[in-house]
Design a binder for this molecule. Structure first.
Ligand code: LLP
Length: 418
């Protein structure tokens, strides 16, 4: 069990707050995050910082970009990994230190590059030669030098779901590590570019350490080649990707993963380089639940369906990745259990949140979908004209509304009848 989400007298609690009371007060579907869980997840990375000192952790904003979440991490000293001008504006709004901002992504646009240069971010992670040229041009026009890393593709198997694996040759991401040295040499000659690091990100929900070790080996080779050619870097960014426990996964701790990487860097004479990380899921995933209410029970010949008020628009991971999320009764019932498919009201067969779960359910019951803090609300949409859920941050007995529930009117407020 988690110390942040637990049962007391058959009632589910988030810290010292009753989930049922929150659901009644704020309505459902409702995302609830635990501040103590967020801080605890951060501490696993703080341990890395305390052990090795020269470490920068940049939370990957895409995993959960609510301002209150970003602000929580900013206050703990976190930097941020961004993939759009929108995320950059959010991070600044949430109090981020511009010197701790990274800009990743394969398709940065001119306005986004300008925004980042003017904010004075730490580094652009470059994914192609045309992008390198574009950023140099924009920087030169603004009379600046863009600090850059090349995001190299080390061609390692992250052993995760193909949709969230990014470090193989077949992926659109990164630059073939075998071509990187020549591209660094080219970058050196560009007026708007200042080489500061090397970057990679091999995938997401990685539970084993070995893919990171393989990556470190490849990075060390590249760093040695660069050193031989007189190119010295300031930092090594090993990306994000550490997984979380959704069901029974046993996941490596950040410190265990970093130790392997650091040992290899130190052994090869690159121990003094700053280590940068871009974790998303492992900082927020198990800090949040999605609370939903059973609308109807629909027994059919083949299946028992529990039709709930959350749907694939609120949490797309089950149907998009065939992802497993635990389902908890908010109030434990003494009634007999049955096997249910938990489905939403959307007109798609793919609109399901969980399949074949043993639960004792009645209409009106609340359910909590676990591990919903990462890529939950952040991937929510308005399909079927469904307002997105409210978000709550619980801190002990206090619950803060950190995003109001959308209204239906807001959903078509930008539309015009002609
Ligand atoms: N850095 C870069 C460049 C990334 O592309 C990502 C995630 C991260 C860091 C953070 O990775 P994390 O530590 O969260 O694994 N929507 C999918 C996950 C997509 C991950 C995309 N990139 C899901 O729900 O599983």
């Amino acid at each position: 069990g988690s110390p942040f989400f637990y049962y007391q007298d058959k009632q589910l609690f988030v810290e010292q707050s009753s989930v049922k009371a929150l659901a009644e007060q704020f309505g459902t579907p409702l995302y609830i995050y635990s501040k103590a869980a967020l801080v605890s997840a951060w501490h696993a990375y703080q341990e890395v910082i305390d052990t090795y000192q020269n470490v920068l952790v940049c939370y990957a904003v895409k995993a959960n970009s609510n301002l209150a979440i970003l602000n929580t991490f900013a206050k703990l000293g976190s930097g941020f990994d961004l993939v759009s001008g929108g995320e950059l504006m959010r991070a600044l709004k949430a109090g981020a230190d511009p010197q701790k901002l990274l800009f990743s992504g394969v398709g940065k646009q001119v306005w986004e590059i300008e925004l980042a240069l003017n904010a004075g971010i730490k580094c652009f992670n470059i994914e192609s030669i045309p992008e390198l040229d574009l950023i140099s041009q924009v920087a030169t026009r603004l009379g600046k030098k863009a600090p850059i890393s090349l995001r190299v593709n080390p061609d390692v198997d992250a052993k995760t779901h193909p949709y969230i694996s990014t470090g193989l040759k077949e992926n659109k991401f990164g630059i073939d590590i075998n071509l990187a040295a020549d591209i660094y040499a080219k970058a050196q000659s560009l007026s708007g570019i200042e080489i500061t690091g090397v970057d990679c990100h091999i995938g997401s929900q990685i539970t084993e350490i070995s893919p990171f070790a393989d990556t470190a080996d490849r990075l060390v080779q590249l760093l040695s080649t660069l050193r031989a050619r007189g190119i010295e870097l300031h930092h090594v960014d090993i990306g994000g990707g550490l997984g979380i426990r959704y069901t029974d996964e046993v996941v490596a701790k950040p410190l265990d993963m970093v130790k392997i990487v650091k040992d290899k860097l130190i052994a090869a004479g690159f121990g003094e380089l700053e280590l940068v990380m871009e974790p998303g899921r492992s900082l927020v995933g198990n800090s949040g639940i999605l609370v939903t209410q059973v609308q109807l029970l629909k027994p059919t010949e083949a299946r028992n369906f529990a039709i709930v008020d959350a749907a694939m628009n609120d949490l797309i991971r089950p149907t998009l990745y065939d992802a497993y999320h635990g389902v908890l009764a908010v109030q434990v019932s003494d009634k007999a259990s049955e096997i249910y498919d938990i489905v939403g009201p959307i007109c798609e067969s793919g609109d399901w949140l969980a399949k074949q779960r043993i639960l004792a359910l009645q209409t009106g019951d609340y359910l909590a979908i676990e591990s919903a803090g990462a890529y939950g609300f952040a991937m929510a949409n308005n399909y079927n004209t469904r307002p997105r859920a409210a978000e709550i941050l619980v801190d002990g007995t206090q619950a803060h509304l950190i995003r109001e529930r959308e209204t239906v009117e807001q959903l078509f407020a930008l539309e015009r009848i002609v």
